[in-house]
Design a binder for this molecule. Structure first.
Ligand code: SF4
Ligand code: MSK
Length: 635
């Protein structure tokens, strides 16, 4: 392997596949990034606008060229509008995912699908009560239909406030009410962003950004939270389990089918279909020892945390997984699936199967998913993968590493249960200082950052300093591959965190799920604040997205900050063309919502920012704290 290949990723499986890509001249996401460079400076700063056909316009960041678009919009307006649209796109993606799951619950309630059933009656009943539904003497099916119907109202225009807002501490609810940012309808807030950012509507950057926060909250405390909660009803509340991770989970002697994307509805029926004796027999008749399902990205997280299905990799591994030559089918649902996978697959025998009518890929085989015929469609998809095993070229199979063990499945319920049924032991450990605080290290990979380096470096530094880390999305895969998500990793933690992990038998880095499951972190933070009778922004908590790329990540960052949690981004968002917007997000917001953003590409420095923040919050609570300035920043 060349130094260049080693420089792109810290992961051995990735490095070996990158070497194959270079020898076989197969294009990757890194090659395409290089060809795009230098990327457009106006766009990188958020200073270009194409919201109408008087444009496109751009603002000269150096002051020599135009300072206003044709309509008169200045840098502040253009940057704020662009950011709001980015947040709306991310919130829409999560929330539309939530709606799809909700519709499946409605089908279950209506009795018109046999592919899904209520898995957790407890959660169904608890949520029904939360939505004000009388649960007495009602059958499960009836309750499922009523709850789905009520949750659908959260997407509309008839509510003044989303139901889950009530989960927040009263202080936070009052603050949002004062600011006018309590999310009303999920679709409503997203549509309003598009309206406000049309030429000639909202021309006050502060007002635009406040609505952008409201829209992100309709994701975090709305669409994503519904996706998580309803997935738990249908597929089960995750419990801690041990699984495996990296490209070594592919098997040279089995049919390998990767499930990629975000929506567990499809992957759940594929898991059911793959157990079909006929399909198993067919795989054996072709010489395979069976059917091996593996996950990629957040569909992989959903499967891993509930069923222990092994995880092949995160965002930047999707092309590399195909390059093993061992993948018979890549089944995709939606989000974070690079269009390039179809081209990569052409270099091997892999068949790419798209499944959602809203996410088609030219060149892929499309099998239209219908939740009412879920398992039947699942079997059709698995059969394509099995048939394709016959086309595999054994001489081209290169499985680059052995899998690593990782634990997953730390839902809020599982964490509270590990703590003995109450958040009290965690609160006590924080009060005593054995755990200084907690940080969510979440989000994607981005080829602009050395693959997995940001996630694992930041996580290591935090646990070494007794900060409990919770992870979701691609960050969970990075940290799992690095061996940080088994109880033995407690040895790498500081003395206090190590002792707590050992006593509870848990890793110092807890897998809380997929991207929509960042809402589990919100729920945990709210539960801690409610337990202590305070607001979330007073707690020693922080968030980080060291390698983010997606619009969804911007929405996540915005709802986390608006909920009162300081957040450090590792990749610069496109806002630096407006010093006013930067100032508001990185400073002013602290006085508004009690939290702000920071941007720090170096994870070593990001760790120090988080440690300093956590010590300041400890001090604010009157807990033993280190003076923040005494924590040195690396050169
Ligand atoms: Fe240019 Fe204004 Fe149109 Fe944007 S909205 S493209 S700044 S004229
Ligand atoms: S998959 S949104 S790259 S975390 Fe959820 Fe990973 Fe980011 Fe997609």
């Amino acid at each position: 392997m060349s130094a260049h290949e080693k420089n792109l990723s810290i992961a051995l499986d990735a490095q070996k596949m990158l070497h194959r890509a270079s020898v076989d001249n197969i294009e990757t996401v890194w090659d395409r990034l290089t060809r795009q460079e230098p990327q457009c400076g106006y766009c990188s700063l958020g200073l270009s606008c194409r919201n109408c056909s008087m444009g496109p316009c751009r603002i000269d960041p150096f002051g020599d060229g135009p300072q206003k678009g044709v309509c008169g919009a200045d840098a502040d307006i253009i940057v704020a509008r662009n950011l709001a649209r980015t947040i709306a796109a991310g919130a829409a993606a999560h929330s539309d995912h939530g709606r799809d799951i909700l519709e499946a619950l409605y089908h279950v309630g209506s009795g018109d699908t046999e592919s899904y059933a209520v898995n957790s009656e407890d959660k169904l009943k608890a949520l029904a009560s939360e939505y004000g539904i009388d649960t007495n003497n009602k059958q499960v099916q009836e309750l499922a239909k009523e709850l789905a119907w009520e949750m659908m109202e959260d997407f509309g225009t008839r509510k003044e406030e989303l139901t889950f807002v009530k989960r927040l501490p009263g202080e936070r609810q009052k603050l949002w009410a004062k600011l006018g940012i309590i999310p009303r309808g999920i679709d409503r807030e997203n549509v309003e962003v598009l309206h406000r950012t049309h030429m000639g509507v909202d021309n006050d950057y502060v007002n635009i950004l406040l609505h952008a926060l409201r829209t992100s909250l309709s994701d975090g405390w709305g669409g994503s939270m519904i996706a998580t909660e309803v997935s738990d009803i249908l597929f089960g509340i995750p419990k801690p389990l041990t699984s495996k991770v990296n490209l070594g989970v592919l098997k040279p002697d089995m049919v390998n089918i990767a499930l990629h994307g975000h929506n567990p509805m499809l992957s759940d029926v594929i898991v059911q279909a793959a157990r079909d004796p006929e399909l198993q027999k067919q795989a054996e008749s072709l010489g395979a020892k069976g059917i091996n399902l593996v996950g990629l990205c957040c569909t992989g997280n959903e499967l891993q945390m509930r069923l222990g299905i092994p995880m092949a990799g995160n965002h930047l591994m999707q092309e590399l997984a195909i390059m093993t030559g061992a993948l018979d089918a890549m089944v995709v649902d939606y989000q974070c699936i690079m269009p390039s996978v179809v081209e990569t697959a052409k270099c091997f025998h892999t068949t790419v199967i798209s499944t959602f009518d809203k996410a088609k890929f030219t060149g892929a085989t499309h099998i239209s998913f219908d939740p009412q015929r879920g398992v039947e469609i699942g079997k059709e998809i698995v059969k394509l993968g099995v048939d394709n095993y016959a086309n595999r070229v054994p001489g081209r199979v290169l499985i680059p590493d052995s899998p690593v063990e990782m634990m997953a499945g730390f839902s809020v319920e599982a964490i509270v249960s590990a703590l003995g049924g109450s958040p009290e032991p965690l609160v006590d450990a924080i009060k005593a200082g054995s755990i200084r605080g907690a940080a969510g290290v979440v989000g994607c990979n981005n080829p602009k950052i050395k693959h997995d380096y940001g996630h694992t470096t930041l996580t290591r530094r935090l646990i070494e300093n007794d900060i409990l880390v919770v992870v979701t999305g691609c960050s969970a895969v990075s940290n799992g591959k690095a061996g940080l998500m088994m109880p033995a990793a407690a040895e790498q933690a500081g003395e206090g965190l190590k002792a707590v992990c050992k006593a509870l038998g848990i890793p110092p880095v807890l897998h809380m799920g997929s991207c929509v499951d960042n809402t589990r972190i919100l729920v945990l933070a709210a539960a801690l604040a409610n337990f202590l009778g305070t607001d979330i922004d007073k707690l020693p908590l922080a968030g980080a997205a060291p390698e983010w790329y997606s619009e969804k990540a911007v929405s996540i960052g915005a709802y986390v900050v608006a909920s009162g949690i300081y957040t450090v981004l590792g990749v610069q968002p496109a806002i630096f063309g407006s010093p006013n917007v930067v100032n508001l997000l990185a400073k002013g917001l602290d006085d508004v919502v009690g939290a702000k953003f920071a941007v720090e590409p170096d994870p070593e420095k990001a760790a120090v920012l988080i440690r300093r923040h956590i010590e300041q919050k400890r001090q604010g609570l009157g807990l033993p704290a280190v003076e923040a300035d005494k924590i040195p920043m690396p050169e």
